[in-house]
Design a binder for this molecule. Structure first.
Ligand SMILES: [Fe+2]
Length: 351
């Protein structure tokens, strides 16, 4: 009988004779055992993602300066990437699968039409008057609105208002890039074909139908107004006072599935003074403060999230969110890798 303990220390590369290592290299071969514990560590995966906090104040200042330094024609998308230092800033990723960018559009500017394989959403952070034209639907952009630009849909951004407009881009770019499937295509400006699109699913549970046939689009709803999401959270909180987790998921109204294939999107309401415990789950997650202020506790680290701040938390990590106000609710937008993990069969919640 083998004793499991006998395999604790595996052979190292340097234990092998030099001529043997050279012979392996010459044949493009690698011994597994020196790296086995690295790729299959015990119980908890190796994660490069670090708990990270991006404060909106300094980020905004640098983004507004980018507006002075770099015209839109030289940027196409004027974005400062929220890069997780655990992955290295040059990798431009917030987690293994999540990319975050804060984008600035100034009055009169146009970010030209393109489409790409990675899926994106926009969470509008500040300003009025901008719009995203996606799949022929012109979506107005207001604080807290969630606008989808899923894989393969043409999209462009314009701004008819007067002040700067800033939004948070959340993409599955790192994963799509890793799978060597990331590319984009350009096109002339797209015509508006569905100006009423986002109103079609205005009431929950009621799907527009034409002669008993439901919509067959993979992305039937592209704009999720914050006013609706906020109202849903407030109703949930008021009607279920005992509920400790006041949360909604952004779903495809035709199927009930997550709105996009790889990343999941949610909004949370923290009651006044509430601390919400979030269990360790396999996916990494991102928190963006829509309204109010919270403290995000990740192990010994505490991050003070003010309005429009953003944080990333690695997978397999418990966290808690505390509303710092004793009198007002706080609202948090959450993005995570749950749909991806569920499809891969690796989704886990740990006690
Ligand atoms: Fe894009």
């Amino acid at each position: 009988m083998q004793d499991a303990g006998r395999f604790d220390t595996l052979g190292r590369l340097e234990d092998l004779p030099a001529d043997y290592r050279e012979a392996l290299t010459a044949q493009n071969l690698v011994p597994l055992w020196p790296s086995l514990r690295g790729v299959l560590p015990p119980h908890v995966p190796t994660r490069k993602t670090q708990a990270t906090h991006w404060r909106y104040g300094p980020l905004r200042e640098l983004l507004i300066r980018a507006g002075e330094l770099t015209p839109i024609e030289k940027a196409e998308r004027r974005v400062l990437v929220l890069a997780n230092p655990g992955h290295g800033l040059d990798k431009m990723q917030a987690s293994a699968a999540i990319y975050l960018g804060m984008q600035l559009l100034l009055p009169g500017e146009l970010a030209p039409a393109h489409r790409h394989t990675p899926n994106a959403v926009r969470m509008v952070v500040e300003g009025e008057g901008a719009w995203t034209l996606v799949g022929g639907e012109k979506c107005p952009m207001s604080r807290g609105d969630l606008i989808l630009t899923p894989t393969g849909l043409w999209h462009e951004h314009g701004h008819d208002g007067s002040g700067p407009v800033i939004w948070l881009d959340v993409l599955d770019l790192p994963l799509v890039y890793y799978t060597e499937t990331s590319y984009h295509t350009e096109a002339p400006s797209q015509p508006v074909t569905e100006p009423e699109g986002d109103k079609s699913y205005q009431r929950g549970g009621l799907a527009p139908t034409r002669l008993f046939v439901r919509a067959d689009k993979p992305y039937p709803m592209l704009r999720y107004p914050w006013a609706d999401a906020r109202a849903a959270l407030c109703t949930l909180a008021a009607t279920q006072p005992e509920l400790d987790c006041v949360q909604i998921t952004y779903v495809n109204p035709e199927t009930g599935a997550d709105v996009e294939n790889i990343l999941g999107f949610y909004a949370l309401m923290l009651r006044p003074g509430q601390t919400l415990q979030l269990p360790a789950r396999s996916p990494a997650q991102v928190f963006h403060m829509i309204e109010g202020g919270a403290t995000l506790q990740v192990g010994p680290q505490a991050f003070v999230l003010d309005e429009a701040d953003t944080s990333a938390v690695p997978g397999y990590t418990a966290a808690s969110l505390t509303n710092r106000s004793a009198s007002s609710p706080a609202f948090v937008f959450v993005a995570d890798e749950s749909p991806l993990h569920r499809k891969l069969g690796v989704y886990e919640v740990r006690a």
